[in-house]
Design a protein around this ligand. Structure first.
Ligand code: SAM
Length: 476
């Protein structure tokens, strides 16, 4: 069904549509119009004209997959990575970086439209948009993704890499990755080869069996230290030790190697610490003029140079007055809280965080940076932020609050506590503008004015965009 011979019926599964791709969405797809329908295409380059095959119809549009490129995009650039067609990681690698940023800006403008912000600042771009990730979480799988062109009957029972695009049970054997820190891929290749030589099995999602689950790699940008974490279903020292010692023999650059055990079915790269084969289990990183110790499980911003810009922005926008109290909600291992304590004239900085090990890291980081006055409260913010709970801990009401919630956004009780606490300023850091919109709308409803919006590109070639919002209390 070409645009020239349009039928009036809504396109059905299997139909071929010809259309121009003009926008992107948050799921890494490109969007175009066919008649009155919005079509989300997997695999096309923004600015191209394509033929796409309909996968499914949705109430508000059509999902399709690229069938053939008809007219290439003027913004098309050669892919750097050999896995571009199959990997779920970088959706926009073949789109020139400035065009990615412009498309992300337009996407953000559409998402924030209900808030009618007076101005959205241009995205803070990455100076180096390649090899920027300081952490990679690779998955072992018992169903290897077979690349097009591989010989019939190729062995497929073991893989170590990333999920294949759109096929979450299949794991692509990663041989290259242009966004990971450069030392990561050779370590992955060694672990894969050694695991096969030693006959170790990969986690089988369907059978819920198999020893090896994840390989997490982390690098300290400033220290150069590299951490590897093997996540397994059981401790199995007789099988894991030979792998660990051979790996350490091949990779002297690995400063620390640990093993975590996760016997559950959830696909999470964490668990209980079982063994430390080399080093301390933590690496050092510098951010905002501070030193952080990061373990395998702690949350830490994954793009260190861009995180510097983010921290500088949060500092500048929070800007507490002498004697004021600042709360850092969803504090992780304390990055914003400590950065604010270092620079601000604030009398008091308090961080709030759910995950106990992250709180321990935050306290240790405070001590490491001689900022022992910064307090950290452990627990669920839905409970710990209420005025009664603050009074129980003898904590004053905050004047300035920084929030950096997970993708789902703020809990209703956190919003309610903020409404009761009435800080004069809120700096909202969001990795998901879509979920931030209702939170921001609720804050505006309760007397705040959204007076600045600054997107920061932490994740080039992917649809993700970090965004910082500043809200001022309009009625006080
Ligand atoms: C996006 S991270 C932000 C971390 C930190 N601001 C940073 O930049 O390193 C979100 C953090 O919120 C924490 N978190 C999630 N749910 C929470 C809750 N209900 N109460 C408190 N903290 C929570 C997570 O453990 C995680 O550390």
């Amino acid at each position: 069904m070409s645009a020239g011979s349009q039928a009036s019926r809504k396109p059905a599964r299997g139909d071929l549509l010809e259309l121009g791709l003009t926008e992107i969405d948050e799921r890494g797809r490109t969007l175009g119009r066919f008649e009155e329908f919005t079509v989300a295409v997997r695999g096309g380059v923004l600015g191209s004209r394509v033929r796409a095959r309909v996968l499914r119809r949705r109430r508000n549009g059509i999902e399709a997959v690229l069938d053939e490129e008809r007219v290439p995009s003027p913004e098309r650039v050669p892919a750097r990575c050999t896995h571009v067609a199959s990997c779920g990681g970088c959706s926009f690698q073949e789109l020139a970086y400035p065009a990615q940023l412009a498309a992300k800006e337009r996407l953000l403008t559409r998402i924030l439209a209900p808030l009618a912000p007076t101005r959205i600042e241009p995205v803070l771009a990455c100076d180096e948009p390649w090899n920027y990730r300081n952490k990679m979480d690779f998955t072992f799988g018992a169903a290897r993704w077979i690349e097009p062109g591989e010989p019939e009957g190729a062995e497929s029972g073991f893989a170590l890499g990333l999920h294949a695009r759109g096929h979450f049970q299949k794991v692509l054997d990663v041989k290259a990755c242009e966004i990971a820190f450069p030392e990561a891929v050779p370590i992955v290749a060694s672990v894969r080869a050694l695991a096969r030589e030693l006959g170790l099995g990969a986690w089988d999602v369907r059978a819920r069996a198999g020893l090896l689950r994840h390989l997490v790699l982390r690098k300290g940008w400033a220290s150069g230290a590299i951490l590897a974490d093997l996540v397994t279903t059981e401790e199995a020292p007789e099988r894991v030790e030979p792998l660990a010692s051979a790996l350490l023999g091949r990779h002297p650059e690995l400063t620390t190697l640990v093993q975590h055990v996760n016997p559950g079915v959830a696909m999470v790269a964490s668990g209980a610490l079982a063994r430390t084969f080399r080093g301390s289990g933590v690496i050092e990183e510098r951010l905002g003029g501070l030193t952080f110790a990061i373990s395998a499980a702690s949350f830490f911003q994954t793009n260190t140079p861009q995180a510097e810009k983010l921290v500088a922005l949060v500092r500048a926008w929070a800007d507490p007055r002498p004697g004021e109290t600042v709360f850092d909600l969803y504090a992780g291992c304390g990055v914003f809280a400590l950065a604010l304590a270092r620079s601000a004239g604030a009398a008091r900085v308090v961080g709030f965080e759910l995950v106990e090990p992250a709180v321990e890291d935050a306290r240790a980081n405070a001590a490491r940076n001689s900022l022992a006055d910064v307090r950290f409260v452990a627990g669920d913010l839905a409970l710990t932020l209420s005025p009664e709970q603050l009074a129980l801990r003898s904590l004053p009401r905050p004047d300035v609050v920084v929030v950096d919630p997970p993708r789902a956004g703020l809990h209703a009780r956190v919003l309610e506590s903020l409404r009761l606490l009435e800080p004069r300023r809120i700096v909202h850091v969001s990795c998901n503008a879509r979920s931030a919109v209702p939170d921001l709308a609720a804050l505006v409803e309760s007397g705040y004015r959204l007076d600045a919006v600054q997107p920061v590109d932490l994740f080039p070639h992917t649809p993700h965009l970090e965004c910082v919002f500043r809200l001022e209390r309009a009625t006080s």
